[in-house]
Design a protein around this ligand. Structure first.
Ligand code: SF4
Length: 439
């Protein structure tokens, strides 16, 4: 992912590789700076310090990259060009690990910006270079079953490299039939134990199917391959949802209350994320939103982050919006841009948000609901929750968080939820289709 494309997104771990002159030295950026200076008239070029301007632009881009990291930021840099010592530890290490068949190579360069960066680090910053470079966490082992073949881990790796090379050459050919991977290593005990962070969606995934939770929230498994990248229409519902949610958040902060203003924000975000296919669908969500009464209510808060302590566990999340109704009552609203309907009487999300809201707002909130802006909308379903309901949800969530330590790939539960699972090409997905009478 390019740094420009990552703007507006956050990730738990960010790796910034190749902080070298090859990537950062003045090049096309200088031309861009020159061109924009020219647009203000030929004299203006002589009034500007283009080198300083370019350096500032490089720093600005670097800043965007660095601030994408929520928890861990890994910066990788090689030595600078004017170093007399031609020893290149990172370069040599990578060269020795990469098989000859890999067609790309690390390059050595210099990066003045790296020196700036080091000078800005606080004196007590942690430098894990030595331990990261010498420690191998875990073990790459197990067997990969590809079709009817059993491959060792290294044969599996070679297959992947061959596949990558064919992709680069454009010589990949479609297999005549679907193939399935089943990786034995995933079914063994995990060492070290994974660090789990609980959110409502991760708890819901666990309760529906521990395998789905394991893949999505423990090992960050890849989603199924889909034709055209996503669905058959090339549209990612996830990106549509993000576009709508981010538009609603920005609109609340900018106090944009008109449909045209929401459109403009959405178009801007879609442009930054190159979400061409998703933009019209996100705009349909905006249209449905403006068909709802709540679009005329006062918005009190948006995308509010919370941390809720439940019996020694921490649950994190975001409340999409808090509105004040014309009667003066506050109501917590969660936007749903998908086609999946939620049972307002049974699920735990809304009560959890009400519990979290106690630490965030001075005014008590007892009412919460869903605003459906996807295909099954437009509609709002909301209700009040009493103290007894909130207590029983808190107890149930505590039990789930205790159980979740037992998360595992081996355990799974098929059901209606498989319809929305990102891994339904697994054999368990096939089981669900058979139970469901085919889809
Ligand atoms: S397809 Fe169904 S059973 Fe399989 S991991 Fe997904 S949710 Fe679980």
């Amino acid at each position: 992912m390019t740094i420009h494309k990552s703007k507006g997104l956050d990730f738990p771990v960010v790796l910034m590789p190749r902080l070298t002159a090859d990537e950062w030295e003045p090049g096309s950026r200088t031309y861009d700076t020159f061109e924009s200076a020219l647009s203000e008239g030929p004299e203006s070029v002589f009034d500007k310090d283009l080198v300083a301007q370019d350096a500032n632009e490089a720093r600005r881009i670097l800043h965007v990259g660095i601030t994408r990291a929520e928890e861990i930021l890994v910066l990788h840099v090689s030595r600078e060009k004017n170093d007399t010592d031609d020893e290149r530890p990172v370069h040599d290490a990578v060269e020795s690990i990469f098989p000859e068949s890999v067609p790309w190579r690390p390059s050595n360069g210099h990066l003045p910006i790296w020196r700036d960066l080091q000078e800005c680090l606080p004196s007590n910053h942690a430098d894990w270079t030595a331990s990261l470079a010498s420690t191998v966490v875990g073990d790459v082992s197990g067997q990969v079953t590809y079709g009817s073949e059993n491959l060792s881990a290294s044969d599996g790796r070679d297959r992947v490299i061959t596949f990558g090379n064919k992709l680069i050459e454009g010589s990949i050919e479609r297999e005549p039939e679907n193939r399935r991977f089943s990786i034995d290593a995933l079914t063994g005990p995990m060492t070290p134990n994974p660090a789990l962070q609980h959110s409502y969606t991760s708890l819901e995934a666990y309760e529906e199917c521990p395998r789905q939770h394991f893949l999505d929230y423990v090992v960050n498994g890849f989603s199924d391959y889909r034709e055209n990248g996503y669905g058959g229409d090339g549209i990612s519902q996830r990106i549509v949802g993000l576009l709508f949610h981010d538009t609603a958040e920005i609109a609340a902060k900018e106090q944009a209350a008109e449909r045209a203003e929401w459109y403009a924000i959405c178009e801007r975000l879609a442009g930054q994320r190159r979400a061409t296919y998703e933009l019209p669908v996100a705009k349909e969500c905006i249209d449905r939103y403006f068909d709802l009464d709540l679009s005329g209510w006062e918005i009190v808060d948006a995308e509010r982050e919370f941390q809720l302590e439940v019996d020694g566990h921490e649950l994190v999340g975001f409340i999409d919006a808090v509105y004040r109704t014309p009667d003066g009552e506050l109501v917590v609203i969660d936007y749903k841009a998908t086609e999946r309907h939620r049972d307002i009487d049974e699920n735990k999300q809304l009560p959890l948000y009400l519990l979290a809201s106690r630490d965030l707002y001075e005014e008590p909130i007892t009412r919460a609901g869903y605003a459906y802006v996807g295909d099954i909308g437009p509609k709002v379903e909301a209700r009040s929750f009493d103290e007894g309901e909130l207590d029983s949800v808190r107890a149930a969530v505590s039990t789930t968080m205790d159980q979740i330590k037992e998360t595992s790939f081996s355990r799974y539960e098929t059901g209606e939820h498989c319809r929305w699972c990102q891994h339904s090409s697994l054999p368990c997905g096939e089981e669900w289709r058979q139970e469901d009478g085919g889809r």
